[in-house]
Design a protein around this ligand. Structure first.
Ligand code: 3PY
Ligand code: MG
Length: 265
């Protein structure tokens, strides 16, 4: 079976840097897969992306050795199983708040007797190989997000759930949960303290710590701090930020006012 390159990077004690896909296009997924990142995440939660978009995006990513993950819209076993069947090598599950929810996510990622994943790896067989079912449990990554108030309070029981490979922080939901503005690259001491506590809890339980950023400055900071799964850039913001910057460099011409100024997501 094709191995999960990101899990190998983690086993080697190194950080894996990724990018985020919110645009429902096989072509833009392929472009992003050729940028040098270790992993890409197709975002079904907040991206403009449905299952019929996910399949050609996974096909496009598989033209490279980049590891494909999918963030599912919710902790719903049928959706987790369906994206794994399509060839995702890991799922990012939003808003996991307690042990029972973490166990539900893990079980959906593993075949019986370990879990409850149903057999039917349609495209996954083509991508992973004929021995997919035999080896899938150890190659699929179950990544749970910690970003709710309950999840912050119960981080220890979530992170220590057997089968959780990584705990991934959603900084803006985490900020809202702490009563702060929804800022991604967040310097607020209350936010920084919780992020550090999640990292330390992950280290204690030998679980990978992950976090989303909006800049290489914060990506670097988190890599240096010991995070092994860091999201550097999203397709939508990369496109928008680059074009806005180029527009801003021109002189002797008045641009139409950009429609969405400021705000990080
Ligand atoms: C958050 O900031 O809450 C996220 O989930 C990032 O996508
Ligand atoms: Mg979130």
């Amino acid at each position: 079976m094709r191995i999960n390159n990101v899990k190998k990077i983690w086993r080697d004690g190194k950080p894996a840097v990724g990018a985020w896909l919110s645009i429902p296009s096989g072509f833009s997924a392929e472009v992003m897969a050729h940028t040098g990142v270790d992993w890409l995440c197709i975002d079904m939660q907040h991206g403009c992306i449905d299952y019929s978009d996910v399949v050609p995006m996974l096909t496009a990513i598989s033209t490279t050795s980049v590891t494909p993950f999918v963030r599912v819209p919710w902790n719903e076993p049928s959706v987790i199983m369906k994206v794994l069947d399509a060839g995702a090598y890991g799922v990012i599950v939003p808003m996991v708040s307690n042990r029972a929810e973490a166990e539900r996510a893990v079980a959906a990622c593993r075949y019986p007797p370990t879990g409850v994943r149903s057999n039917g790896p349609n495209r996954a067989l083509l991508y992973g190989g004929a021995d997919y079912q035999k080896n899938a449990d150890k190659e699929m990554a179950c990544i749970v997000m910690i970003e709710t108030l309950e999840g912050i309070e119960k981080m220890e029981e979530i992170i220590s759930t057997p089968g959780v490979d990584a705990a991934y922080i959603g900084p803006t939901d985490l900020a809202l949960s702490l009563g702060l503005p929804a800022v991604m690259d967040n310097e607020d001491p209350k936010h920084v303290a919780v992020v550090t506590r999640i990292l330390e809890t992950c280290k204690k339980h030998n679980v990978i710590a992950g976090i989303h950023t909006a800049s290489s400055k914060f990506t670097q900071r988190f890599i240096d701090q010991g995070f092994q799964m860091v999201m550097l850039v999203a397709d939508r913001s990369a496109m928008s930020n680059y074009v806005k910057a180029e527009v801003g460099r021109l002189t002797g011409w008045s641009p139409a006012k950009p429609s969405a100024e400021g705000g990080q997501y």
